[in-house]
Design a protein around this ligand. Structure first.
Ligand code: SF4
Length: 442
């Protein structure tokens, strides 16, 4: 998901589920005796090879950790369960890394633990990210049999040379085979991820990729502009002059063409980079964009849970060690500090308002001024008096049906608008988590 800068101090870990509050002000569905809603994210950090553009918390060459990783995830579920059982889980998302590398036996273990530890809604949306390189029909059938009902496949391009530039291991033919196998295995809800704005990619080449992918008739498409992220192999090649930088003007032309073509093909754009057929929006990602609670488990996973932001330690080996220590403490004493949580904060009010505004403006429907006021006790205009006037004046934000939303031009300049909505000064910290001992990275 999109990283949003947050205010408030970052504390060392020292979290126990026993001390967490029993309600979550950001959770929908809290009324009428109904359990509040929660989204679960599970991170699988393993990949067969590291793609050149990728800055996710993913690793090649760590296969030896896999036998310990699944038990650690099961244990982390048990550690969170006392706090999370008060919620109903409406969406589950296995992201990575490459979750499709996890064996079906391990996936079955994880599915059983999820059902044991959490209250899973009968109509749960259960997504899994998959890499076409290794996907087999047998594996896909196994995923369906344990309850995964939405597949998100990293396609990125339908041109071999572009896939090579990105250091992806699959071919366009492999994509077609994997999509066909997924359909045959019973996946009726599929997302395909694409990247446009590639280095040296003219509009026509992107058009060819999108046209070929539309032939697969996916329910959902995510189209992201290439960003050259520091620390990646691609960044090194660009910074050394081995490759030129991507051309933002070409990417803007590609984006505008994509919006028109997707509408013509019957897809609704509901977020800056996401399109869906009617009724096929990604319910899990909407939780993020509506700034509602989610609990992330696994190496480097982030959470926004009972008003806290929490982040697990990134390194998979340290994550496994930390979870195991916490779990053993729980077994011995009935109570445990969650050592896998490497940092946490209680976002201050200004940060929560900025998050709700920035994430909400990513959605084409925008932000309801009435809902914002009900949640924060002030209207967006009161919260961001200068920025909203300024960007309305520039023609980047508009009002319609009681909502504030980005204009067509605003969609192209969204990041500039979002920077303007961030709080100026980090506010004083909240009172959680209280450090009880010196920080020691798990
Ligand atoms: S498969 Fe995905 S997570 Fe893994 S390295 Fe490539 S882009 Fe990153």
């Amino acid at each position: 998901m999109t990283a949003v800068r947050t205010g408030g101090a970052v504390y060392p870990r020292r979290v126990t589920t026993d001390t967490l509050p029993s309600t979550d002000p950001a959770a929908p569905g809290s009324g009428d005796g109904e359990k509040p809603s929660l989204a679960l994210y599970l991170h699988i950090p393993f990949c067969t090879s590291k793609c050149g553009y990728c800055d996710f918390n993913s690793y090649e060459g760590l296969e030896h950790l896999e036998p310990d990783y699944t038990p650690a995830l099961v244990r982390e579920m048990a550690l969170w369960a006392p706090a999370a059982r008060r919620f109903r889980v409406d969406t589950i998302f296995f992201g990575g890394g490459t979750p499709s590398l996890t064996s079906i036996d391990d996936m079955r273990t994880l599915a059983e633990a999820l059902r044991d530890q959490f209250d899973i809604a009968p109509d749960v949306e259960w997504s899994l990210e998959a890499n076409p390189t290794e996907l087999s029909r047998e594996h896909l059938e196994g995923l369906r049999s344990i309850g995964v009902n939405r597949l998100s496949m990293g396609v990125q391009s339908m041109h071999p040379d572009e896939l090579e530039l990105l250091e992806r291991q699959h071919s366009p033919e492999r994509v077609a085979q994997a999509v066909g196998d997924a359909r045959a295995a019973g996946f009726e809800n599929m997302n395909l991820d694409l990247i446009f704005g590639l280095i040296g990619q003219p509009l026509e080449r992107w058009q060819e990729t999108l046209e070929r992918v539309l032939e697969f008739n996916p329910e959902h498409l995510s189209c992201y502009a290439l960003t050259v992220e520091p620390g990646t192999a691609l960044y090194y090649r660009v910074s050394k002059g081995i490759l030129p930088e991507p051309d933002p003007d070409v990417a803007a032309d590609q984006y505008e063409w994509t919006r028109a073509r997707m509408a013509q093909a019957g897809y609704e754009q509901y977020e800056i980079s996401n399109w869906a057929k009617p009724g096929r929006t990604c319910r899990h990602n909407l939780v993020y964009w509506h700034a509602q609670p989610y609990l992330g488990m696994g190496a480097g996973a982030h959470s926004f849970f009972v008003g806290r932001r929490l982040a697990n330690v990134d390194a998979p080996n340290r994550y496994v060690e930390a979870v195991n220590e916490s779990f053993e403490e729980r077994m011995a004493t009935g109570r445990a500090e969650l050592r896998q949580v490497a940092g946490g904060e209680i976002p201050d009010d200004a940060t929560l308002r900025a998050d709700a505004m920035i994430l909400g403006l990513r959605l084409l429907e925008g932000v309801s001024t009435a809902e914002f006021a009900a949640r924060f006790g002030m209207t967006p205009e009161q919260a961001f008096p200068e920025a909203i006037v300024r960007h309305e004046g520039f023609g980047l934000i508009e009002r319609a049906e009681g909502r504030l939303r980005l204009t067509e031009r605003g969609l192209l300049l969204a990041n500039e608008i979002f920077i303007d909505l961030l709080p100026d000064e980090p506010a004083p910290p909240g009172d959680f988590p209280t450090p009880t001992t010196p920080s020691a990275e798990a």
